[in-house]
Every structure is written in C-alpha cells, then in structure tokens.
Design a protein around this ligand. Structure first.
Ligand code: SF4
Length: 438
C-alpha cells in the first residue's frame, strides 16, 4: 500500500462567491485524478479542503470556525485551507488546529503540484505568493453541485473600491483568451453541460489587458453548440454596455434574461466615497434599459447597508433610490470594516446596530419586490432546466429568468429543458419556490 492510498476520501467546504465554488470543483477533480474521491454524506473524510472567503470580517470568522469544527469532528483528517483568507492571513490559517496545508491564491491554481508534494512527504505546507505577484490565470470550468457548470472567465480586480479587500487577496485583473474559453465551453457541452454560468471577480473587465472585450466573449460563447443557456454571474453596472443588453434581448441564442448588478449604495455621495465607477443615474439607466428591452428579466442587485459615510440623510436618499428601482431582488450585506482598507479613514461610521437595522429594512424592500415579480409570473409559460430531486418526491429547476420551480420528480427530465406553466408560490417552501400547475 502506498502512502497516497491511505487517503481515500475528501470532503470539500466552500465559503464565499461563485468563483470559489467553481474553483472547489477543480480541486475535487484534482483529488479524484489521484484516487481520492468525494466522501459520501455520513462518511468520514481523510482530507478536508476548505476554500475560504475574506470579503468581510464575518467571512474570516466563519473560516476559522469551520476549520475548528472539522478538526473536532474528524481529528484524524488532514485539513487544507485555501482561498482569500489563506492568501491574506496564511500564518493565522496555518495555526488553526488540524491544518496541514495552507495555499494562497496562486498556489490554489497549482493545487496538483502541492498536493503531490504533501502526499509524498506529509510535511506541513504553508505558501502564499505575495498578491502583487499574482499574474497567472488558473482556468476552471466545472460542474456545480447540480446541472449548472461554472466557467471562470476572469480573476482579480483593478478597481480598488475603498471598502474591498478582494484586490489584495486575488490580485490584479487577468483573463484568458476567448478561444480558450470557447474550447472549455465546448468540452463541457461534450460532457453533458446544458447551462454555464460565467464567473469571475470583475467579469466585465474581461480581456482588458489583451485587446478582447467581454461583449466579444459572450458573442463567441453564444455560438457554442450544445450549451442551451448561459448566465452572467454578476457584472459592474459601468461595464454592462447598453449594446450588450440589447444584444441579449434581440439577438442572443442562449444568454438568459437574468442580470446581477452590484449597486452597493443608492446615494451618490456614498458611491463616491466607496470609489465606485458609476453614479445612481447610470445605474438607473441600465435597469431602465433592461426593463424596456426585456420586461420580465430577473434583475438581482447587491447593496451594502451602513457603509462609512452613510449618514441618516444619505441613508434616506439611498433607500428612496433603491425603492424606486424596478429590480427583482436585493442581496443585502451589512457593511463590514476590513483592516487595511481605505474606507477606515472615511468619516461618519455607522454603528453596527444601525447597519443591521438598515439591512433589515432593505430586506423588507427586497421581499416586496420579489413577491411582486413572482406574482407577475403566474400563468406564464417558460423554459425550465430541471436540476434534480427536491424533497417530497419533487424535482426543481430554474426558469430562463431565474425563478425556482418544482414539479413531481421524473428522472428522464433531469438536465433537460422543458416549457412549463408557472403556478402559485408553494406555501410550504421559501419564497424562491413556485409550484407548477398540473
Ligand atoms: S469592483 Fe470593487 S468591490 Fe468588486 S472586487 Fe473590485 S474592488 Fe472589490
């Protein structure tokens, strides 16, 4: 028996963004190539891989908490910590109980090499290349947990918004060539992929350094045979070109009527302090154009509640602006102070209690908007990609415009697109689920 064969099962834990989820799948595939398979539910893993986030202080806390929990649950398992927390605080991560390997952002992209080294000698490893030197793009195109695939089209960010640590954890913006991504999407189609989500830190910045554009990319991907659906995970409003919106509405074969835009604040003064690259007028014009071109599109919006500088007057302006937007749903985050960010030098900090009460208020606005969006869908016929079994003998899937629906389970329909009529919200489930009419 080789040393390596003592490691048979691995469990994977992902915190944070969709990009991290895509990368975790790549790490899992790398393990599988070495005969280390995913532990089934209830099985004890020999290795736990924790792909961390560091976008808020809470994210760091969650990473530490998760590692401690894993170690107390499976004290004999080796623990690998990677991702943004490992990049920003490698020593702290290495000091957590049970941790054998710490890999920063560049090292995550060379996971196979580090894993082989560790499997050969079992010497604890902690390596995180300085962020300023992060230049390489580590490709990733993987099946998510269900039928959707995630294609990483970009990494890093050059924007340096005043509250954000991501450029310090993931480095400068970089992306591969369109031809590489078209090839990866074609390969995924060959493996049965029907839907691909384009992920990245700042996807709209794709190709900036090598003379290609995000719009060129989506037009090229739209031609990939076998992929029936593409989604854009999130795009900065200033990078969502009006022509791209019109193209999705009028010409695209496979890009879905689904947009996700980070707004962060509805106050121009706060946006300026955040160093965002748009104002509320630009944001509103993008939303209006989407609505004009695709009235039933899903429009998700990120908002940070209680950022520094959000005085009661600016909060009031922000709330009124957000209420006025014809969007579908908000993703609300209470502001989190991040050491080392410029935001800490800004005036007018908001108390944690006010950050949370503002977040709760925005949560109510979101619920109202989302309920109205779901209600308007009733009776519509829409294409659904069936994903898998839900509870109570049902299967679930997503419409083109991102409404989660369910129907009685049929194995032959999984990973196929079917046109269905939308019914009422299911009162026993969360508001993301809608029952189909029989
Ligand atoms: S655009 Fe701003 S918030 Fe988004 S990753 Fe870049 S620096 Fe962070």
């Amino acid at each position: 028996m080789t040393e390596q064969s003592t490691f048979r099962k691995a469990a994977f834990f992902t915190l944070g963004c969709k990009l991290n989820f895509a990368e975790t799948s790549t790490l899992a595939r790398c393990m599988e190539e070495r005969g280390i398979m995913r532990a089934a539910p209830g099985e004890s893993p020999d290795i736990c891989v924790v792909n961390t986030c560091s976008v808020t202080q809470m994210a760091d806390k969650k990473a530490r908490h998760l590692v401690r929990n894993l170690h107390s649950r499976w004290p004999k398992a080796a623990i690998v910590v990677t991702g943004c927390y490992a990049q920003l605080k490698p020593e702290e991560a290495a000091g957590l109980p049970g941790v054998d390997i710490v890999l920063g952002a560049a090292e995550k992209g060379r996971f196979a090499e580090f894993l082989d080294k560790w499997l050969a000698d079992r010497t604890p490893l902690s390596q995180a290349q300085p962020t300023a030197q992060l230049r390489e793009f580590a490709p990733s195109c993987e099946r998510g947990d269900r039928t959707r695939w995630w294609l990483k089209v970009q990494d890093g960010c050059d924007y340096f918004c005043s509250y954000c640590t991501i450029p310090y954890a993931r480095g400068r913006s970089r992306s591969p060539m369109i031809a590489d991504l078209v090839e990866q999407a074609g390969k995924a189609a060959g493996e049965g992929a029907k839907e691909i989500v384009l992920t990245g830190v700042n996807v709209g910045d794709f190709g900036n350094a090598h003379g290609e554009s995000f719009f060129d990319l989506v037009r090229a991907l739209d031609k990939v045979e076998g992929i029936e659906r593409f989604r854009i995970s999130s795009i900065e409003p200033n990078l969502l070109e009006p022509d791209l919106i019109r193209w999705v509405a009028r010409e695209s074969r496979a890009f879905m009527p689904h947009f996700h835009l980070p707004l962060q604040s509805g106050s121009d003064a706060v946006l300026k302090m955040m160093r965002r690259r748009y104002d509320t007028a630009l944001f509103a014009s993008r939303v209006e154009l989407i609505r004009q071109e695709i009235p039933d599109a899903f429009i998700g919006v990120d908002v940070i509640a209680g950022a520094r500088g959000e005085t009661p007057q600016e909060w009031d302006k922000s709330l009124r602006f957000i209420e006025s937007l014809d969007v579908t749903r908000l993703h609300v985050f209470p502001y989190s102070e991040r050491p080392g960010t410029l935001a800490l030098t800004l005036p007018d900090p908001v108390s944690p209690a006010d950050r949370h009460s503002r977040a709760a208020r925005l949560g109510q606005v979101s619920e109202r908007k989302f309920a109205a969006f779901l209600k308007a869908r009733r009776g519509e016929e829409r294409p659904v990609l069936w994903e898998g079994r839900a509870s109570r003998g049902m299967m679930h899937g997503l419409t083109d415009n991102y409404v989660r629906v369910e129907a009685p389970f049929r194995a032959d329909l999984i990973n196929t697109v079917e046109r269905v009529r939308i019914g009422d919200p299911d009162p026993t489930m969360t508001d993301t689920l809608t029952l189909l009419e029989p």
